[in-house]
Design a protein around this ligand. Structure first.
Ligand SMILES: [Zn+2]
Length: 346
């Protein structure tokens, strides 16, 4: 089946505000409708021609060798605390590039990382809406093994919706919060495994309309920097957390990632009994992992891109706390902690 035009989708979705990004996102939605269980979706697809759908609707199974024998207890985040962080971050209101709330959130994140090894990656992005300061925040938790596991999540909120009261509880809020909770988990513990770097990325959102040059400002800059200084070669795995708190949680298998890493995440989900929330759908997604994936870094985008029926809450003023659940943060949070544990053994 060929996808219908953007206009068809917009007409079918009268509740959707006329936002510049929506037309792109709607292509993904249409695919969701058209392809039932199998979807080729993008968070912000830059292509007018969506990816071809795949034939199989079966949930991919990890190969047995990806699951090492391991009797270690499963790690757990404090989901209530992670959810409270999400609430506090969302309460700042719109946190788009250049805004006062964005600065407040930068200070909020810094206040939770006192005593940690923090590095700031600050630069000025020249965008179609003008120049903006962009600020990636990196917290480093050293390990014994030679290599780095990077966990990322963006903290900026959608720019085109800045005057509509868009607060991004899930899109921007949940990703900021889960990383704060990971910092709590990692802090003050000796790590036998790889170093873990947490990165609160900035400028993930487009300022006008998603394209290769209008999106991913922070991570495009960081990937280039880490390519030049040799950091990229040390990264064993890079995982992006985005929109992970939807009460109706279904993480898509983002096919533009390292298959072995996607399998490892699935294996970690299985260990927690969470596999029904993972990978029922699949498709390439444009998100903060892309600049690193293009440079050969093993990546995984951990994202639920079916936020509300047919993704109706994504990039709308309905992206609010009442749609979220601490249980979802626990499912994703524990699964990625377990993935780190599995990675440490490789
Ligand atoms: Zn977004």
């Amino acid at each position: 089946m060929r996808p219908a035009t953007t206009m068809d989708v917009c007409q079918a979705s009268p509740r959707v505000p006329r936002c510049p990004l929506w037309s792109k996102i709607s292509v993904a939605l249409l695919l969701t409708i058209a392809q039932a269980n199998t979807v080729a979706c993008t968070k912000e697809t830059s292509s007018a021609n969506p990816l071809p759908k795949t034939e199989s609707t079966a949930t991919p199974q990890p190969s047995p060798q990806t699951v090492p024998p391991d009797n270690a207890p499963l790690p757990h985040i404090d989901a209530a605390r992670a959810f409270q962080y999400t609430r506090e971050v969302t309460a700042f209101g719109p946190r788009y590039l250049g805004s006062e709330n964005h600065k407040k959130l930068e200070r909020y994140i810094a206040s939770h990382l006192q005593g940690d090894q923090v590095e700031d990656d600050v630069f000025t992005a020249d965008t179609v809406e003008g120049k903006f300061p962009v600020h990636n925040i990196i917290a480093k938790f050293p390990g014994e093994k030679d290599g780095i596991i990077v966990i990322m999540g963006h903290y900026d909120t959608n720019y085109p919706l800045r005057n509509m009261g868009f607060v991004g509880a899930n899109d921007g809020g949940s990703s900021t919060a889960i990383l704060l909770e990971y910092a709590n988990h990692l802090r003050g513990k000796k790590r036998d495994g790889y170093s873990v770097w947490l990165v609160w990325t900035d400028g993930e959102e487009a300022v006008q309309q998603w394209s290769d040059t209008d999106s991913l400002y922070g991570t495009r800059h960081l990937a280039e920097k880490w390519d030049k200084d040799g950091t990229l070669k040390k990264i064993k795995a890079l995982m992006v957390m985005d929109m992970i708190a939807d009460a109706d949680l279904d993480i898509v298998r983002a096919t533009n990632g390292a298959p072995w890493l996607l399998d490892l995440i699935y294996a970690a989900a299985q260990r927690g009994g969470y596999q029904s929330h993972f990978y029922a759908t699949e498709g390439a997604i444009e998100d903060d992992h892309v600049p690193f994936f293009k440079l050969g870094v093993p990546c995984a985008d951990v994202i639920d891109l079916d936020y509300g029926y047919n993704n109706v809450f994504h990039h709308t003023t309905q992206d609010t706390m009442d749609k979220l659940s601490p249980k979802s943060m626990e499912i994703v949070g524990d699964t990625i902690l377990e993935t780190i544990h599995l990675l440490d053994q490789r």
